[in-house]
Write a protein that binds this ligand. Sequence first.
Ligand code: ADE
Length: 474
Amino acid sequence: MNFHIMTLFPDMVKQGLSESIIGRAADKGLLSIDAVNIRDFTLDKHKKVDDYPYGGGAGMLMQAQPVYDAWKSIADKLSQKPRTIYLTPQGQTFTQQMAKDFAKEEDLVLLCGHYEGIDERVLEEIVTDYVSIGDYVLTGGELPAMVMVDAVSRMVPGVLSNDESGATESFEGNLLEYPQYSRPEVWMDKAVPKVLLSGNQKEITAWRKARAVERTKERRYDLYQKYEALQQCREILWKKKLLHMDMIEVIDRGTAELVYADGENICIHDKVSDTYFHTADSMEEGRKMISCVKEQTGGRIGQLVLHQDFMVEPAKEEFDLYLSVACYQAVYTRREKLPVSKLYAGEEPLSIRPLTLAYMDQVLEHYKLVSDPDYIRQVIVSGSLFGAFLEEKLVGFVGWHKEGSMGMLEVFPEYQRRKLGKTLETYIVNLTLERGHTPYGQVVVGNERSMRLQEGMGMCFAKGLVYWMHSKNK
Ligand code: ADE
């Protein structure tokens, strides 16, 4: 990922970002940090970049021309208009979720202001996002830009050495991180909690969860309330757990935001896949959710998953969505892993591993259900697509969709009838369990072959269907 920082103080940002984890990631080539000196682009013979504001008022403004030319020197080297962030106290407050979203960009331009601000006309021309790092005023945008580069960089795959550390930490699922301890076992008469020395991973996980909840309640009551509200929804959803496993998983993975809840009428939004999920016990109740979501979103939603057929027509009318597929939901309800013996038994050794972007074309060629290359790219980059290889030749794949369901199972035609489908499906079920999630998948109505495969693996089907609605504009 490439950061392009537009500033009057390039040395300040370069020095500030040259050490520790960010410096190392840059040395490894995972990041590049380029500081562009706006002053180099002024046409003024005294190298001036500021002037008085029209209409009077305190202070000086940065002029449009040098800012625009500096930006143009960056943009001209890129294939598309880059996402350009202006650091300003007037922006949206920076969050962990924004850090994750920005980390998906290949190039990010950060514009640091100085003096009393920047001529509005150039901002209108180049800026895509206005971001503040908090409700206080600093002397310039350099420190905020450095804060953002740090937070965004650690969400770039490979920057943190331990894959896990990006996921189980403060703010995931509205909870702060649990307390941690290292050697010695006793320090200043304080002993490390016994459970952490027990070696019992299940008890350790439960203890950590309880401490995280307790700490969040004490220190961040606002987050705790969000956590509690989602847990109450989860209890209601659990009464029909096969039908609602997609919603339950989004809550358990910590990526859900509560949109609407009134008894059995629940709507949540998954921040990762930008999908709304809704369930209701009557159309009348469901319609109430629709008006509330319309108010919150202005009616512009890209994807909605419904759990009752009576909601399909109202969603079409009110959101201008169309029904793209109806699916059976299959859930693996046991905790034990599936046996891996008696699966693929061909001559050549089989290996299954995460796919890299080098396989993108082969995936697109063989996977017919999603034809959007950008979706496939994101699934691959997030490490969610796994390829089966026979003698280093890709022969099939399987993975997790963005919202967490298992899918994208394909075995290339000349390699079918060798139990490779079952092998890949077993692999993804077991890996889902290892990561502490519930394996579930969705089978498009009419796909008998997939139904039989899921049944054969002991998956349980929900009675009702789930309905994927998509925007006509996407
Ligand atoms: N520039 C000055 N103050 C700022 C803040 N709080 N956030 C972002 N940019 C700023």
